[in-house]
Write a protein that binds this ligand. Structure first.
Ligand SMILES: [Zn+2]
Length: 61
């Protein structure tokens, strides 16, 4: 199964809507991901403006 990511916030989506922004605008053409465990302490999370822990794609086309 190909995982989908949200085009708005890059979160890897498992349901019908994005858990972060509620978007249904998904892409299956993406590469690389980071797992954010503690957004408040993660510099990557801050750079990507991620506020909810989870899996995020680095590049989405
Ligand atoms: Zn989203």
């Amino acid at each position: 199964m190909v995982e989908k990511v949200c085009r708005e916030c890059h979160r890897v989506v498992t349901g019908q809507t994005c858990a972060v922004c509620g978007s249904t605008n998904f892409s299956t053409d993406w590469s690389g991901y980071v797992i954010i465990i503690d957004p408040a302490r993660s510099q990557i999370a801050q750079k990507m403006q991620v506020k909810l822990a989870g899996k995020y794609a680095l590049k989405v086309r």
